[in-house]
Design a binder for this molecule. Structure first.
Ligand SMILES: NC(=O)C1=CN([C@@H]2O[C@H](COP(=O)(O)OP(=O)(O)OC[C@H]3O[C@@H](n4cnc5c(N)ncnc54)[C@H](O)[C@@H]3O)[C@@H](O)[C@H]2O)C=CC1
Ligand SMILES: O=C(O)CCC(=O)C(=O)O
Length: 411
């Protein structure tokens, strides 16, 4: 199943439980607008390449559309469409006043120098500035992008539409960003991992964790969980995977990536194992925090963890999801598990609109409250309806979007 088809699969399952009729389903699942743009890139060596970029605005019934910007060689329109629709349900699940969108450029982010990245980002804004804006569509970081790209977006957008820091979130803290956005997705994943273990009556202290991906989300998840005394026994990134049954020294791993251009390559705090093996370890919790579709029909039978927290977007294919559910594996779905990032993006946008600075304590407090509320709502309803967590989470999101569309008279 391709990315958008996979989201539709989950959407229809939840819509069925809600008794939603087919015309309303069609309205809610169809993207409002899709833009494909050409991005000419002059490489540092003078050669010319033409890249392709996308922005999909999925649904605006609940407010301006919100979602990250991904630089990755596998990005295509279908993937961006799938990710944009996930954003619609995600913002609704945590009940922040946004719709959903997503963007991407098909390029290997690691192949770009800093200057090339800046040129790609500014060219992208040249192509999409008319459809983004603080009241319409607000980009943010995703795989392969971070605070630098967000600062360039704000600056380039201002050249066309005037200064407005609320056009993009995830900016540097010294440049209209908010303290706590960089850690927010990983902090949320960590917090909800502890809450999941708590609801299952399992101890978090000493719980073993395998974590795939050691970028923004992976590193902050690792930091939070190691500080909460979980035992992270395996970590990985695109350069390889490392395992240490006694527990990886996360501080050492963080130091290593900070000094090594963000990569784990050369890390000596564990035995090197094949990347695929990490997903199959007998751990208490498995956290995929990198690519989509990594747990699929080819490896699902080997996955042993009883709890999976989806830090990445769509890391489990629907086929694998069904098999895991049959085996009673508890899966906290992406649209709840990784919603901490967009929640703090909302705080940043609100701060930008008021020109009033929030403190880190306030950001963390409000983030924890927002995620806890959403988690409790989903968990209680899942027990009440004897439905899986993914279907229940989609139901909560879809209901809010449908209600907003009805109240606004969209149809
Ligand atoms: N950055 C954010 O605030 C949010 C990110 N997400 C999702 O979290 C996931 C990770 O995003 P970020 O951490 O922001 O990206 P990032 O670009 O900062 O880090 C990605 C990490 O994944 C690793 N990776 C890539 N291919 C791999 C492979 N085959 N095996 C193991 N590791 C591999 C990279 O080496 C890197 O460590 C994505 O699915 C993204 O959509 C979700 C919500 C918010
Ligand atoms: O912070 C944001 O606005 C969006 C983050 C994002 O792209 C995601 O949650 O997948």
């Amino acid at each position: 199943m391709k990315a958008f088809e996979a989201v539709q699969h989950y959407f229809h399952k939840a819509a069925h439980e809600l008794g939603m009729e087919s015309p309303m389903r069609k309205l809610l699942i169809t993207p409002e607008r899709e833009l494909t743009v050409q991005i000419p890139l002059r490489r540092d060596d003078g050669t010319l390449e033409t890249l392709v970029g996308y922005r999909v605005q999925h649904n605006s019934a609940r407010g301006p559309m919100k979602g990250g910007l991904r630089y990755h060689h596998e990005v295509d329109l279908d993937e961006v469409r799938g990710l944009a629709s996930l954003m619609t349900w995600k913002t609704a699940v945590v009940n922040i006043p946004y719709g959903g969108a997503k963007g991407g450029v098909t390029v290997n982010a690691r192949s770009l120098s800093k200057n090339e990245k800046e040129r790609v980002t500014r060219k992208l804004v040249d192509a999409i500035h008319q459809v983004i804006g603080p009241d319409s569509d607000i980009p943010a970081p995703d795989m392969g992008t971070g605070h630098e790209e967000m600062a360039w977006i704000m600056n380039q957008y201002a050249k066309y539409q005037g200064f407005n820091p609320g056009v993009v979130t995830g900016k540097p803290v010294e440049h209209y960003g908010i303290p706590g956005r960089e850690e927010a997705t990983g902090r949320g994943v960590g917090l909800l991992t502890l809450k999941t273990l708590g609801r299952l009556g399992r101890k978090s202290a000493g719980a073993t964790v395998a974590l795939q991906g050691f970028g923004n989300v992976g590193t902050h998840t690792a930091k939070f969980l190691s500080e909460a005394d979980c035992k992270i026994v395996a970590i990985s990134d695109q350069t390889g995977a490392w395992r240490n049954p006694k527990g990886i020294d996360i501080k050492a791993a963080l130091r290593h990536v900070n000094q090594n251009n963000g990569q784990l390559e050369g890390f000596e705090g564990g035995e090197r194992i094949p990347g695929d093996e990490l997903l199959e370890l007998g751990v208490d919790v498995l956290i995929p925090a990198a690519l989509g579709g990594v747990i699929n029909e080819s490896n699902v039978a080997q996955v042993k963890a009883p709890v999976i927290i989806e830090a990445a977007n769509a890391p489990i294919t629907p086929e694998a999801d069904e098999k895991l559910q049959e085996r009673g594996v508890i899966i906290l779905p992406d649209i709840l598990a990784n919603a901490g990032g967009v929640t703090v993006s909302y705080f940043e946008w609100a701060q930008n609109r008021q020109f009033y600075r929030w403190t880190l304590d306030r950001v963390r407090g409000e983030l924890d409250r927002t995620l806890t509320h959403a988690f409790e709502e989903v968990w209680d309803r899942s027990i009440e309806r004897t439905l899986g967590l993914r279907t229940t989470t989609f139901m909560v999101g879809i209901e809010r979007v449908a209600r907003a569309a009805e109240l606004a008279g969209v149809a």
